[in-house]
Structures are given as C-alpha cells and as structure tokens.
Design a protein around this ligand. Structure first.
Ligand code: SAM
Length: 261
C-alpha cells in the first residue's frame, strides 16, 4: 500500500498558524496534542478562526451531495486521458471538504491511493464517514493547510482542487504548493464555479443559520464566494513554470489542467 493510504506513516504533528488558518492537530495525533474543544462554539466564544465549514458541516454536505455538479468524470478524464491511472498512483485533493471527489475517484480507481486534506475537522469527519460507508481501503483524510502543505517536494502524481478558490484569498500560494508537491510529469486539475450567486449559496445559507442561531460572530469565511473571471483564472496559473496549462469553461464552471514538466 502506498504511503498516501497509510495515515500512521504520514503522521506530522504540525502546529501553528498560516494566513489565519489554525491547525492545532492532525486527526491521527490526538494522543500527542491537547484535545480540541468538543462543544460547538457558543456565540460568545466564536472567534475569527472559527469556520462555518466546521460549525455547519452538515449544510455544506447537503449542497455538495445534492446541489452542485458532479465533475468526477471530467476530473478523471483530464487527469488520465488514457483511461486509467498507473497502479499505485498517488492523488492529493486540496480543500477536500466532505470528500466527494476523493471518495468518488478512490471508488472508481481502486489501485490508486487518495489523500484528501482540509483545515476543517468537521468536514474531514464527514469525509471519513463517507469513505467508511463506501468501504474504501485506498482513501484517507488528514488535516492540513493548503497554503503550507506538510508534503515533501515532488511527492504525489496528481493534485485536484474543487471550489477551493471560492473561499481562499491566497490563491497564488496554493498554486505554488500544488506545483511543489507534484512529481515531474504530474497533473493537476482545478474546478471552480464561474458565477458568484450560485457559488455563494452554501456560504449564504450557513451565514443565515449562524445569525438565526445567534452563532454569528467571528467566522473567517466571507459572506460571498469569490469567483474569478476566465482571464484572471488563466493568469493565476502563469505564476508557476508549468510545462502546459489549459483552461476552459463549461456551463457554470471553469477548469484548469496543469502539467508539470
Ligand atoms: C467550498 S469548500 C469545497 C469543498 C470540496 N472541494 C468540494 O468540492 O465541495 C472549500 C473547502 O476548503 C477548505 N479550506 C479553506 N481554506 C483552507 C486552507 N487554507 N487549507 C485547507 N483547507 C481549506 C474549507 O474548510 C472547505 O472545506
């Protein structure tokens, strides 16, 4: 089994902050670090570092599973146009949320190893539950900051990210991390919505429920999702020396396929 599918061998007890993201622990290292508070934050305790994706994880899962487009086919075809990945290929999903694509691709290609990372402990709990319900043996999830990944240079064969830039201000930094962790010859696929209204629906719903339940102060997410114009989206990838980049739009979404030489 590949290192990506073995959480124990990848244990990293990283602590610290980066761009407002506080990573107090790795899911697998709870015995080494102080436990996270188990109770949901009260109105008084919600702080700038709290995340709507943690507080209302179930609501995002609903949007992800029932509302948004399923791009599993598009992502698989872009990553592996020859039809299937090499056995043992290692795929990393950044900002995996509830694990929709990690689980979908792991289920479709049982010989690859998939690792999904996210900074939200609750999203990761949902992702692990999904992997368990699908009885996936090749899909694991870890807490990590996509702006400062704990992965070594050139350590994975493929990277994907979906809807990540809607809530991530420092996009260039994330692209730099994607480039760094990809092996030469590796591919990266990014899928982003194009219209702010549709992209903002889960944020809007989470903010409304937060305010109705008086847990409405201090979440780090914006009220409105960021969407990039196709020209901005394209320019973003020019910040790294990819061998080839193609970007395209399809309906309400835009995509990038980047290949590292
Ligand atoms: C809009 S959701 C997208 C989730 C999933 N990729 C999908 O297709 O629905 C954005 C996710 O990015 C995560 N995220 C935001 N900033 C992050 C960071 N710096 N490091 C890791 N995850 C981050 C959030 O916790 C959230 O789960």
């Amino acid at each position: 089994m590949s290192p990506l599918a073995q959480p124990e061998t990848r244990l990293v007890s990283k602590s610290g902050t980066s761009n407002g993201i506080l990573l107090a622990d790795k899911a697998t290292s709870a015995h080494r670090l102080p436990p996270r508070p188990s109770a949901a934050p009260s109105a008084a305790r919600a702080a700038a570092n709290d995340s709507l994706f943690d507080r209302f994880a179930w609501l995002y899962v609903f949007f992800r599973e029932k509302v948004f487009r399923d791009d599993t086919d598009r992502i698989a075809n872009a990553l592996w146009p020859e039809g299937s990945p090499a056995p043992g290929a290692e795929l990393l999903e950044l900002g995996c949320g509830p694990g929709f694509y990690s689980c979908g691709l792991a289920a479709r290609f049982p010989t690859i190893s998939v690792l999904g990372v996210d900074c939200s402990a609750q999203q990761l709990t949902c992702a692990k539950r999904k992997a368990l319900s699908l009885q996936l043996k090749n899909c694991v999830f870890e807490r990590d900051n996509v702006l400062e990944l704990t992965h070594g240079d050139e350590s994975v064969d493929a990277v994907i990210a979906a809807r990540l830039f809607t809530v991530l201000p420092n996009r260039e930094r994330a692209i730099a991390e994607m480039f760094r962790v990809l092996r030469p010859g590796g591919r990266c696929v990014i899928a982003e919505p194009r219209y702010a209204f549709w992209a903002s629906l889960p944020l809007f719903a989470m903010w409304v429920i937060a305010s109705l339940t008086c847990v409405n102060n201090g979440y780090r997410e914006p009220a409105k999702a960021t969407v990039l114009a196709p020209s901005e989206f394209k320019r973003l990838f020019a910040t790294q020396p990819w061998q080839r980049v193609s970007t395209w739009c399809d309906g309400r979404y835009q995509y990038a396929l980047c290949e590292k030489g």
